[in-house]
Design a protein around this ligand. Structure first.
Ligand code: ZN
Length: 385
């Protein structure tokens, strides 16, 4: 006897594959770059109309103003059992307006490519079909709450308090961020960003070199000090991603900047890194160093619930005849915030594919039913506990 209805959900999604693909086409056709409030505000009612058309009117609806970014939409559909499960997704993408003109959603066999299809519009579609399948099959399930945020790709300043609150109220938070080749993600690195600006003193490089203090030279001495902050053993990496400065070959540079990306797995490393960054000083006292540190996301590490949740997703996988792995990744998601609160979260339940944030971004059509079924299998087991 299978422990879940996962295989029946998979069959149902396969039967409705054309509708599932049409749903994806609809969502991908809405261009939603993170920093374009105008486009996000225009897209959200269309996303909501789609959700209501498929799932009916939600029993609870809240929309939070995103200020200069997109709004957060918080919808709940009543289930048959107590409690609620949170599906957390973002509807912003990294793709600028106009990307679709040269890159519409295109299917070639099993590969479905398009901007934002993997990261993470497919996650919204999976959530919809999961609930439709549970209803259709008469499987008991808790309330489904879908929280759609609009600034995940730019740090979740707006989304964070809302998703943290929703996660506190949920039995479990399911995150339909891309799967790692069918595996879930229970370990993600955290990120600390730093922007360094050196203010030097400009001067003519030939006539008056001693009057100047080069911001470029100063920044060049800072870069190795930044790189040294890495700690392989603790899985802390440092990348100085961009560097720029100066105004001309013959000018002692008055200004230089760099952008730094630090990834951490060990939560204790965050403090060490932030303290070290804030303690940086220019070696040439005529230069002034400005450091802006952004504790972007804490690391995600397994919580007390992780083994239990892995067991649920593996039970659903067993009913599908697949083994579900657990893959640590360097990239962060909103799951980092949930895990850092010690709350139950299962991340990486979304599309199987490759190339998020890259021009070859795609999902495998064959993964749609599998991933939806895994989600459904997890959700139905929450009511059996
Ligand atoms: Zn994403």
């Amino acid at each position: 006897m299978p422990t879940t209805h996962a295989s029946a959900v998979r069959d149902l999604v396969e039967e409705h594959l054309n509708e599932v693909l049409a749903d994806l086409d609809l969502l991908v056709s809405l261009e939603t770059p993170s920093r374009r409030r105008d486009l996000l505000v225009a897209a959200l009612p269309q996303i909501e109309a789609y959700l209501v058309r498929r799932l009916g009117e939600p029993t609870r609806r809240v929309q939070h103003d995103g200020g200069d970014l997109g709004d957060v939409l918080d919808l709940t559909w009543a289930g048959t059992d107590e409690g609620q499960v949170l599906s957390l997704a973002h509807y912003d993408t990294v793709w600028p307006e106009g990307t679709l003109a040269s890159w519409p959603l295109t299917r070639d066999g099993d590969v479905l490519t398009g901007p934002g299809v993997l990261d993470m519009k497919v996650g919204v579609v999976q959530t919809v079909w999961m609930l439709l399948a549970l209803r259709e099959l008469g499987v008991p399930h808790p309330d489904l709450r879908l929280l759609l945020t609009a600034d995940e790709e730019v740090g979740s300043r707006v989304g964070r308090p809302h998703l943290e609150q929703a996660a506190r109220e949920a039995l479990v938070t399911l995150i339909t961020e891309p799967s790692a080749g069918g595996a879930v993600k229970t370990r993600r690195k955290g990120m600390v960003f730093a922007d360094l600006t050196v203010h030097g003193v400009e001067a003519h490089a030939g006539l008056d070199p001693d009057a100047g203090a080069s911001a470029v030279h100063e920044l060049a001495t800072l870069v190795p000090r930044l790189v040294e902050l890495a700690d392989r053993e603790r899985q802390t990496t440092v990348n100085v991603g961009t560097i720029s400065g100066g105004s001309g070959r013959n000018v002692v540079a008055g200004r230089a900047t760099c952008e730094v990306d630090v990834r951490i797995q060990d939560p204790a490393e965050e403090e060490r890194i932030v303290r070290a960054l804030e303690a940086l000083e220019a070696t040439d006292h005529r230069c002034r160093l400005e450091v802006v540190v952004d504790r972007n996301r804490p690391p995600m590490n397994p919580t007390a619930d992780t083994d239990r949740l892995l067991a649920l997703v593996r039970a659903a996988g067993a009913d599908l005849g697949v083994e579900v792995g657990d893959q640590p990744v360097g990239g962060a998601s909103d799951g980092n915030f949930v895990a850092a609160l010690g709350l139950p979260v299962l991340d990486g339940l979304g599309g199987i594919g490759a190339g998020p944030h890259a021009r070859h971004e795609h999902i495998l059509v064959s993964g749609l039913a599998r991933q939806t079924a895994l989600m459904a299998g997890v959700v139905e087991q929450l009511t059996q506990a």
